[in-house]
Design a protein around this ligand. Structure first.
Ligand code: ZN
Length: 541
């Protein structure tokens, strides 16, 4: 026996919600879950024993949608989240790069700004960034990742002028005199990315190591992550190679289920032709669904809506694909034995995606196809029923509430808002729900912050009192379930992980308090004390 964890409160999260005191782990799996006496009987001379001192042990968390490589990559960029003015953005960017050696041809990169927080109440533009540098190209992405701003140097490298024509599925903004302002949206972002020099394999591995270290410290032992088209100029085969090498070197502390995003359908067909499909790989690294981007974000009013925005009636957002194009993506996946994970924030985006899934199942019926929608924010009663009827998984990010609960009623009005972020309703309607963070395209990924938002429906400061749409609060058990069993179901691994049961992977972590007993306002202050992946201690506070 390799390891015994004893003297704990083991919350198995199994169907009967059995509690235990100890677990025995051998070759990366739980072999016994029970009372101290019965588990300790399995002790052999090489068994390591850890006393949990009465603390709670729970299954390792699964972040069912995020961007792992982008997280690591983001650490090479200046973080602008929460900046309250354009002046602050300029100052932070200057000081982040002050002492850094910038290689010839390299760009300064930043992320996380949000014009809704700026006291100037406007977007950043090229002239703001020219205050940082007119010699080195700069791009700074908005918090949503769907909009970026560049300086004049970058604009000249990209080659966009007042005479350039717009590209389909995106746009670059022009000022009153027709000059580009430096703001790029949706598919127009490719114009920037294509000019930024790509990192090498070693750089990619270092980024993933930074991300896996941070996640282990949060008790998160599995991620479902969208990485293949993350960094401009990086081939997806190099990303897959980086993961495989890191697992072989024993450096990964997080299992990976890859949500595969492609820039065009031809590239995706080639991927399928190589033999990749959902489930390809092993319990460390697996190919998951095809990721499809179908609309933008609520903050920038690019989420695709059935009705115009209440606070800007000139727009209903942007759809990345027509119905026919979406049908083709989903059917191609279905034919290639791949499920889909379709990014949808607006209700119109979801209706479109669900229609494509329904059609694919009719044209090419397959058993147990666990298609999914990522985000699922602006719903209505009907939509939620449709998820349930079609068996489509909802990947939700409770942490989005932290910011969105302040803007959603402005964006779409109070009436429509009451059926949005309806996590409880989803569960009550029998929808399979998986919890995640979407980090770094949100404010944070921390486990207890995410649980706090799900259970209290308040931001981290406790606003609003009593919670936003309080009838949609999840119980602790429901919140824990979506981050464990819910995630495992989404990757077809409900028999492999998501609960602490004999025969399952020994992925688990120790909490500082009993989350089922503590006052719910205290959840956000809890800590992770130890994390185990496959029975290996990968984090200790
Ligand atoms: Zn995402």
């Amino acid at each position: 026996m390799d390891l015994i964890l004893t003297n704990g409160k083991v919350e198995t999260m199994n169907e009967k919600h059995q509690r235990a005191q100890a677990v025995a782990i051998n070759e990366g799996k739980f072999v016994k879950v029970g009372l101290d006496d019965e588990v300790l009987k399995l002790k052999t001379k090489n068994t390591k024993i850890i006393d949990l001192k009465g603390k709670m042990l729970v299954p390792g968390f699964i972040d069912s949608h995020m961007h792992f490589l982008d997280f690591g990559y983001s650490l090479t960029k200046v973080e602008l989240n929460g900046s309250k003015s354009i002046d602050e953005v300029v100052k932070k960017t200057k000081s982040f790069f002050k002492d850094k050696k910038i290689r010839e041809g390299e760009w300064l990169k930043g992320r996380g700004w949000n014009q809704d927080l700026f006291k100037e109440n406007r977007f950043l533009n090229r002239y703001d960034l020219d205050l940082v540098s007119t010699e080195i190209p700069i791009y700074l992405t908005r918090v949503c990742g769907h909009i970026a701003v560049v300086n004049s140097k970058a604009l000249s490298i990209i080659g966009i002028t007042k005479n350039s024509s717009q590209i389909e599925g995106g746009r670059f903004d022009l000022d009153k005199s027709g000059e580009p302002t430096g703001v790029f949206r949706e598919k127009a972002l490719d114009l920037i990315y294509r000019k930024v020099p790509a990192p090498r394999l070693e750089d990619i591995k270092n980024m993933l190591i930074d991300a896996t270290e941070a996640y282990a410290a949060q008790g998160i032992t599995s991620v479902q992550t969208d990485d293949l088209s993350t960094i401009p100029g990086v081939d997806y085969e190099d990303v897959i190679k980086a993961y495989k090498e890191l697992f072989a070197e024993g450096k990964m502390k997080t299992r990976v289920y890859e949500q595969c995003l492609f820039s065009n359908i031809g590239q995706y067909r080639e991927f399928l032709a190589k033999g990749y499909k959902t489930g390809y790989g092993d319990e460390n690294f697996k190919i998951g669904p095809l990721k499809i981007l179908s609309d933008g974000a609520l903050g920038g009013r690019t989420a695709f809506m059935t009705e115009p925005y209440a606070d800007d009636p000139t727009t209903s957002g942007i759809a990345c694909y027509t119905q026919e194009e979406m049908d083709e993506w989903v059917l191609t996946a279905q034919n290639g034995n791949m499920t889909t994970a379709i990014h949808c924030i607006g209700d119109a985006a979801m209706y479109r995606a669900l229609e494509s899934i329904e059609k694919a199942q009719k044209i090419e019926p397959r058993k147990d196809m666990r298609h999914s929608i990522v985000h699922c924010q602006i719903t209505d009663k009907n939509l939620i029923k449709k998820f349930s009827t079609l068996g489509v998984i909802a990947h939700i990010q409770p942490v989005f509430l932290d910011y969105d609960l302040r803007i959603v009623e402005d964006r779409i009005g109070k009436d429509r808002a009451q059926y949005t972020y309806n996590f409880k309703r989803m569960l009550d309607e029998g929808v399979h729900v998986a919890g995640g963070s979407d980090y770094p395209y949100c404010e944070f990924y921390q486990t207890f912050y995410n649980l706090h938002e799900a259970v209290n429906r308040q931001d981290l400061k406790g606003y609003p009192e009593g919670g936003w749409l309080p009838d949609q609060k999840l119980t602790i058990d429901e919140a824990m379930s979506i981050f464990t069993k819910g995630g495992a179901y989404a990757s077809y691994e409900e028999d492999v992980k998501g609960t602490i049961e004999e025969g399952k992977l020994a992925d688990c972590f120790v909490m500082s308090d009993d989350i089922f007993e503590i006052n719910s306002s205290e959840i956000k202050n809890m800590n992770v004390e130890m994390t185990f992946m496959g029975g290996k201690l990968v984090y200790k506070k």
